[in-house]
Design a protein around this ligand. Structure first.
Ligand code: GMT
Length: 382
């Protein structure tokens, strides 16, 4: 098939999922066209992959650049001249409405191209619920040829927050297709050089990866770490960057924990570091899935996380890690201690994390997307 993928090209989870999906589809012989404003960070060169940049002109009249319109025109152009069989847009805002508009323009020229919207999380749980977006999001989800959500929790949230038509009312329904990892390619082994660099005295290593937005509650990572270090020799690696980073750095200075915490900033391959750590911490306020946790688990790193949103679907309590209510910093420190205190417990959770990650292997998830692609293409072609 010839597939157009629209996503955010940055470090966010939705862009990572879209890019890895496109690369995997290309490996299976599909031709994939990425359409976005910058080259996706995880995009690799591949004979079946093409990248189309959406360039918005800098006309002085525009205080706000009309990105969605330019994206729509680009979608029409690529669909028409590359003969796309379908468009798959990741993150509803503004991609779903751009795809809907492109579909209408193409239809007016006798070209019928279905589009699938994949919901990732904040497009539904935070931003999309804003009244300034809601009617457009609801309409474009209803008009999608298929809608997917990355967890059962996100599917429930979508129906709770948006007056969407259910499948039996003529709406597209919501298919849950979870996020994935390619276990074979992804699995990283602990690197003795990394351990020596960040834990020179044989300390246990904790890690956290995020975009440092308030929703990630990075402060809770630091506070649980402060409690844990009273009981165990530990160090913490904070990977990523974002609005909360400076505040968290200041907090570490005030708490006097700088000697044991290292801020590594944005990294293109955080998994190479995370794989050498003993525990991954994700205390988010809301999390539709928690791809960062799954990626840690795929390298055999157990997870202490909050029990919000889709996290209990990914991190199984007592198997791949442990869960606590949002904000329960004491509970997270206790759970981290339980996992890390003995070599036997570390090994048990390590195996549990790997076993659970295998349930989200690309080989199991990719066929679900391909089946949905075939279904929408067959439906639109009658
Ligand atoms: O806010 C973020 O974490 C980024 C966001 C994105 O769309 O890039 O992540 C969301 O999508 C990821 C991929 O499906 C999920 O793994 C994350 O859980 C989800 N984030 C939230 O729900 C907060």
């Amino acid at each position: 098939m010839r597939i157009g993928i629209v996503c955010y090209p940055t470090f966010g989870g939705s862009g990572v999922v879209a890019t890895e999906l496109g690369m995997a589809l290309a490996d299976k012989g599909h031709v994939v066209h990425f359409i976005t404003y910058d080259r996706p960070v995880r995009l690799r060169d591949h004979p079946n992959v093409f990248y189309h940049e959406v360039r918005v002109s800098d006309y002085p009249l525009f205080d706000y650049q009309p990105y969605e319109l330019v994206l729509t025109s680009k979608l029409v152009d690529v669909a028409k001249f590359e003969g796309l069989d379908l468009m798959h847009v990741h993150y509803a805002i503004p991609h779903a409405s751009a795809a809907w508009m492109a579909q209408r323009i193409l239809a007016s020229q006798g070209i019928f191209v279905p589009f699938i919207t994949t919901l990732h999380g904040t497009d539904i749980t935070l931003v999309g619920r804003d009244p300034s977006f809601e009617p457009v999001i609801t309409y474009s989800m209803d008009r999608s040829n298929a809608v997917t959500a990355v967890s059962e929790s996100l599917k429930r949230d979508t129906y709770k927050h948006f007056p969407l038509k259910h499948a039996d009312q003529g709406g597209p329904g919501i298919h849950v297709i979870p996020n994935f990892v390619c276990i074979e390619q992804y699995r990283q082994r602990p690197d003795p050089a990394v351990r020596l660099r960040y834990a020179p005295n044989g300390e246990l290593l904790l890690s956290h990866v995020s975009n440092f937005r308030p929703v990630k509650r990075v402060e809770d990572v630091v506070r649980m770490f402060q409690l844990l270090r009273k009981q165990l020799p530990v160090r913490l690696l904070l990977i990523g960057d974002g609005p909360d980073r400076q505040r968290i750095e200041n907090l570490c200075r005030q708490m006097g924990t700088c000697d044991a915490i290292q801020f590594l900033g944005k990294m293109t391959r955080p998994e190479e570091i995370v794989a050498s750590t003993d525990l991954f911490v994700l205390p988010s306020e809301s999390e539709s899935f928690g791809l960062a946790a799954l990626e840690a688990m795929a390298s055999g790193v157990p997870v202490v996380s909050s029990d919000t949103g889709g996290l209990p679907e990914v991190n199984i309590h007592g198997v791949s890690g442990l869960l606590n209510p949002v904000g329960d910093v004491d509970g997270m420190a206790n759970n981290a201690y339980d996992i890390l205190a003995t070599a036997e417990s570390r090994e048990r959770y390590r195996n549990g994390a790997l076993e659970q990650a295998r349930r989200f292997d690309l080989q199991l998830v990719l066929p679900q997307y391909e089946a949905l692609y075939r279904q929408v293409v067959e439906e639109i072609n009658g």
